[in-house]
Design a protein around this ligand. Structure first.
Ligand code: SF4
Length: 357
């Protein structure tokens, strides 16, 4: 999520892009958060459900020994702060199983978010954003997550909770179920955003998207954004960026260490992905390790990769507005107390070819 770029040569001038008061106001609003520097942490090697296509249970990290020592975590958080980290993403396998560690992290590092399946409520004293993963209706959750009445449990735990954002992951199979899910979430004051299933390395199962399912996903995202603008944290450009035939790396050039050898600036220098044993490995470090980079359309990846590409979005006003909408969305999803504004651009623009092709 680090926002880092230089403006470089661009047409029109940057001052001209800021001529409209609402554009200037949005730029001033989002730039206050350019200080965010993230790293991610696997809190546990256990989960209370088991989902098809879960990237945590791929690769080496799932075998890391769990460290349940709160003092060790406190020391880690202090060391992270000392090296400039200002934002933590607490994830894999299931963070709600270790509330004592979440508490310590929050005491040391007050900005962050937790990725959870929502089955077990995280204590309200932990004031991070909480991302609750939804993979379809309850029938589908039972089939692919082996979890009964999952959405009902998630809503019971997190309705009207200002920390909570329900993250609907579109797979190839659940596109039509999203309306039913939204109809259940909206009356309970639940905020909704979207993710796109990104295959773990080697996964070729039925959840993997194809061109047709990506197109339908995009249409459904935009329709829901129009239907529930107050409760859907998203923009047209989010939909475009995450459902393109090409993945995020091809479109924007991923800046996480796993795809970025440079250690000079930005994520390539600062980002670490700690496993449950508190070790990390630069060669595999990104926010969704063991995901197939060619199929990566993950919302967490986009929050860093797209936001970092300011320079690719300053060639015209529609592109710049779309980038502002994307950053505004990402901050509303990831930062406590940040309120999403009205989207500035409702026309789909083409992503810039910053990765070159
Ligand atoms: S999986 Fe996504 S975020 Fe991770 S390195 Fe590959 S492209 Fe980047």
């Amino acid at each position: 999520m680090t926002i880092k770029d230089s403006l470089g040569p661009a047409q029109p001038k940057f001052s001209e892009l800021l001529a409209q008061p609402e554009v200037k106001a949005r730029w001033e609003k989002v730039r206050k958060y350019f200080f965010l520097r993230e790293s991610t942490y696997d809190m546990s090697n256990r989960c209370n459900i088991r989902c098809d296509g879960c990237y945590y249970f791929e690769g080496e990290k799932q075998f890391a020994r769990e460290i349940d020592d709160v003092d060790a975590w406190r020391r880690l958080m202090r060391a992270e702060k000392a090296r400039g980290i200002t934002y933590v993403v607490l994830a894999g396998a299931e963070p709600s199983l270790v509330p004592q560690l979440l508490k310590v992290c929050y005491e040391e590092m007050p900005l962050g978010s937790i990725a959870t399946n929502g089955f077990k409520k995280i204590p309200e004293s932990v004031g991070y954003k909480i991302h609750i993963s939804v993979w379809g209706n309850d029938e589908t959750s039972l089939r692919i997550r082996k979890a009964k009445n999952l959405l009902k449990e998630q809503i019971k735990n997190y309705k009207n909770d200002p920390r909570a954002v329900f993250v609907y992951t579109f797979t190839r199979e659940n596109i039509d179920e999203v309306n039913e899910v939204a109809e259940q979430l909206v009356p309970h004051g639940c905020k909704l955003t979207f993710n796109v299933f990104s295959s773990p390395v080697g996964y070729a199962g039925p959840l993997r998207h194809d061109d047709e399912s990506l197109q339908r996903t995009k249409q459904r995202m935009i329709a829901l954004l129009n239907q529930y603008p107050q409760q859907t944290l998203f923009s047209v450009y989010n939909a475009v960026a995450h459902t393109h035939q090409k993945g995020l790396h091809d479109l924007y050039k991923c800046s996480y260490p796993r795809q970025n050898p440079s250690q000079d600036i930005g994520l390539g220098r600062s980002f670490r992905q700690y496993r449950a044993d508190l070790n990390w490995d630069r060669a595999v470090a990104c926010c969704v390790p063991d995901t197939d980079c060619g199929d990566c359309r993950h919302y967490a990846a986009g929050s860093a990769v797209v936001t970092a590409r300011l320079y690719g979005h300053v060639n015209n006003l529609a592109s710049f507005k779309s980038w502002l909408d994307y950053v505004d969305t990402y901050l509303a999803v990831w930062v406590m107390g940040y309120e999403k504004g009205e989207n500035l651009c409702n026309e789909p623009i083409k992503p810039p070819r910053v990765a070159g092709d």
